[in-house]
Design a protein around this ligand. Structure first.
Ligand code: PNS
Length: 158
């Protein structure tokens, strides 16, 4: 069974993430959305909230499950018996950082393959941080995130 992990902080999950997850689910037998604790990034949503939001957003995808993890991504991927790490790549600005992470993960666990899925043009500019900023300024975010995420953001910034 080909099992892939799509990792991220998902603070919160966006349509850009969902596009990558949906396309990964078409390539793999099973996809695990791995919600990282990412404490250093000081997320606005707790790990439990981010996991619950991602779970609801992917509930319609039968071969996708959502798990949270702390520690190294490669350790989590090994625990889950995954063979592939799947990441979205937006503009060229993502490349340096993603290249560094892929190289490091290869060094740590050479049996894990990192695969990139290119974002389609409509999501090239989309990021969780932009969505958080818009929501904090009370701008509608419905075109960027699912309705339940928009509601959670509105509550967070109420
Ligand atoms: O959505 P993000 O914040 O860009 O995702 C980054 C993430 C969570 C994939 C990355 O920080 C990560 O893999 N964190 C787990 C800790 C780890 O394995 N670090 C070593 C690789 S840099």
């Amino acid at each position: 069974m080909k099992r892939g992990v799509t990792p991220g902080t998902f603070d919160p999950i966006t349509f850009g993430h969902l596009d990558v997850i949906t396309r990964a689910a078409q390539l793999m037998d099973e996809v695990i959305v791995a919600v990282a604790a990412s404490a250093g990034k000081r997320p606005i949503f707790t790990l439990e909230e981010r996991t619950a939001l991602a779970r609801e957003a992917t509930a319609h995808l039968p071969n996708v499950r959502v798990e949270s993890f702390e520690g190294l991504l490669v350790d989590f991927a090994r625990e889950q018996n995954a063979q592939v790490i799947i990441k979205g790549l937006r503009a060229i600005t993502d490349f340096e950082y993603e290249f560094q992470m892929a190289a490091l993960n290869y060094q740590l666990a050479g049996e894990l393959e990192t695969v990139f899925i290119m974002s389609p043009p409509q999501y090239m500019y989309l990021s969780s941080s932009i969505v958080r900023e818009l929501a904090s300024l009370k701008s509608p975010v419905d075109q960027f995130v699912p309705a339940h995420v928009a509601r959670a953001l509105a509550q967070k910034f109420a």
